[in-house]
Design a protein around this ligand. Sequence first.
Ligand code: KG4
Ligand code: ZN
Length: 333
Amino acid sequence: MPVILGIESSCDETSAAICADGIMLSNIIANQTIHEAYGGVVPELASRVHQQNIIPAVQQAIINAKVSKNDIDAVAFTRGPGLLGSLLVGVSFAKAFALAQNVPLIDINHMQAHILAHFIGIDKPQFPFLCLTVSGGHTQIVLVKDYFDMEIVGQTQDDAAGEALDKTSKVLGLPYPGGPLIDKYARLGNPDAFKFPEPNIPDFDFSFSGLKTSIMYFIRDNQAKNPDFVAQNMADICASVEKRVVTILLNKLEKAAKAYDVKTIALAGGVSANTGLRLGIQQLADKHNWKSFIPAFEYCTDNAAMIAIAGHYKFLKGEFIGQQVAPLARMPF
Ligand code: KG4
Ligand code: ZN
């Protein structure tokens, strides 16, 4: 019954979690509000705040899990991809903790961990399944054949879906990160009020930069005619933008599922917290009699529980890493 401490620090959430025998006992997430003033994550500030947050986050995770630090059998940490300075804080902490406690280290790929968040809890997907991983930095369709046997079958050629939502919200004058606010306003608006283009990209790849530009021009042109356009149409704009992003994502997922003859589809990453996307994937699965899996809200955006569960499965395989390990800003599967 391994007890794993998971550490996540790839972007602007400092998080620590404890799992015992694959059961999550705690998941502490310290958000960084400092970036709101800048309209996006400032890497140098993020790493400094990680340094302030990491020890209290780990302490709280241990307290909430009702374990002692001597019960911990291994430390799993996000090695990449992410912001190098932020990753360094988590990696250095994990190394020091493992050295002090004389326990092994387990390095985890953040994007794989988003997918493995599906294995927290009772209702787990069966292999193979297709996972649409949508975050602030990534948009991928991944064929998941086993816990650590994953193949990217499609991905964005430019911006990520979350990035497109965040940039749109910035133009709308909403604070960072805008995805959750677009979600909130979208619930009050008409998704067919405004039409935005669906890009024509081959296979299972995505592109969001054209959509982003067309949204920018749409807002600029309408604001030139009516300075109050955004304020008067906020809900309809958010609902229409969200609808287009969701249809782009799910049309590709549907195409990929048919091509790979996979009947289980799943969502992962921060944007999978989006209400429209969550409803949409369920409708898609119902239409074809497929099964769909969506992580609980707390496991959608960045969290250490997904790192701990990924660590659990690597522990069972006996895959550890030495103290010489370094973080990787870019980290392939
Ligand atoms: O996975 P994540 O927490 O961090 C990265 O690894 O990037 O994803 C963050 C992204 C941001 O773009 C944020 O705006 C988006 O997830 N997001 C949402 C929602 N909650 C978070 N987008 C749409 N609707 C939401 N409810
Ligand atoms: Zn993430």
